[in-house]
Design a protein around this ligand. Structure first.
Ligand SMILES: [Zn+2]
Length: 164
């Protein structure tokens, strides 16, 4: 095993073992946040901001729920609701964008969901390793499905929130 790698404490991905900044409430190991930064740069650069970018934001967010506070609760809920619409209801991304801002209006009704112990087999590292947009689109979709499945114990609650 490469000693320069470590598991992200939140999503479990094998990421660089390093110091560095992390997101304020979407908590991760610094190496995981660093890999995410590289992927975001490709999203905006090489990939020219593809629709699938939003799916990877949803997946990454729900795999890094952080600690119980208002921002984290709202963030996780909104992104889980988006995954519900995309993956269970099959809504096109263009419509799901609206559900994200709509769900934020009900944020006072959201509460902390105890995160799953395993965040699923697919992580940021798989998406970051994709070679080219076509593969990235496929991997991001698998990533999102994997992250959504990881939260299975809370699917009923998320469906209720989606119906608000
Ligand atoms: Zn992580």
């Amino acid at each position: 095993m490469d000693t320069n790698l470590t598991n992200c404490f939140s999503c479990g991905a094998m990421v660089p073992n390093m110091d560095g900044p992390t997101h304020r409430y979407m908590l991760s190991s610094p190496g995981c946040w660093s890999v995410y930064g590289v992927l975001l740069a490709r999203d905006y650069g090489e990939y020219n901001y593809p629709t699938v970018y939003r799916l990877s934001v949803d997946a990454y967010t729900v795999q890094h729920p952080g600690r119980p506070n208002r921002q984290a609760i709202q963030s996780v809920a909104v992104h889980l609701i988006a995954l519900y619409y995309l993956l269970e209801k099959g809504l096109p991304e263009a419509q799901v964008i609206r559900t994200r801002s709509r769900a934020a209006q009900f944020s006072d009704q959201f509460f902390w969901l105890e995160p799953p112990t395993s965040m699923g087999p697919i992580t940021i590292v798989n998406a970051a390793d994709a070679e080219g947009l076509e593969e990235y689109q496929r991997v991001a979709r698998e990533w999102a499905k994997s992250a959504w499945e990881a939260w299975r114990a809370h699917h009923d609650q998320i469906r209720k929130w989606a119906a608000l």
